[in-house]
Write a protein that binds this ligand. Sequence first.
Ligand code: NAP
Length: 283
Amino acid sequence: MDNKIISGKELATKIKSEIKLEVEKLNLEGIFPKLSVIIVGENPASLSYVRGKHKDCAECGIISDNIAFPETITQDELLEEINRLNNDNSVHGILVQLPLPNHIDEYEIINSIAPEKDVDGFTAINVGNMNIGKDCFAPCTPQGCMDMLDYAGVDLAGKDLVVIGRSNIVGKPVATLALQRSATVTICHSKTKNISEKTKNADVIIVAVGKAGFLTGDMIKEGAVVVDVGINRNDNGKLCGDADFDSCLKVASKITPVPGGVGLLTRANLLKNTVKSAKNAGK
Ligand code: NAP
């Protein structure tokens, strides 16, 4: 593989084998890390993500259970289930697969998860703790971006870093994590003027817009590092990122691929957070 390409596959495999060993050690101490996944409805993409999460848990010896509800579940019924899981000492991680149906208040549901079991890192308490640099469950995808940069030996201190996208689950938190590593961070979004002007001056670009091939090689400077968070389908139905891989590869010094990039680290970080929660509970 081109040594410009940061392999998420390689890194995720390494992390998963470390987690597996850690789980074996915890099992010897009588601690059995467990993740409960709640899924509402039958959105095919959500079902596929959830299957992936259970498969990852099984590979690492983490117990996982699947709690499936029909689209018609009420807000109160869902809150009741989360309350039950919050009070179940055998459960260390609770994940509610998003999106939820329109009649459910996503914010209220997510924030009903006990912060110490919020392994997705989406509750306001976790987001707040992350922002002030306190111990927290870092959100899995932004942390995955940092893992990829660490793995590639990219030190962010003093670097000019552009994030494209400002969503609560990717853009904003990844900007925060980069700032904590002393990068000088610029966040671009749909109202930003002349994005190319910003990206052309960046040492590192993290792109999370949800638009296939948005970042092209002529928008980046020679030697820039590109972290591609996007998961899209191109016109031929092929999985692709937010960066136009071929043109960016020619100019960048390092780039993450799609598939086989950040997505695998998102999955690995969910496992890491679940084990961390089990360890915390065992203390
Ligand atoms: P999102 O909530 O739709 O946010 C997209 C962001 O991109 C918004 O902030 C939007 O700006 C900005 N944007 C849209 N069009 C733009 C344009 N023309 N110029 C500049 N900015 C623009 O998406 P998300 O949830 O952050 O996800 C982003 C991508 O990452 C998607 O492809 C998603 O599938 C992928 N993703 C991957 C993983 C993973 O594990 N790898 C995890 C989560 C998401 P405004 O705020 O101004 O609207």
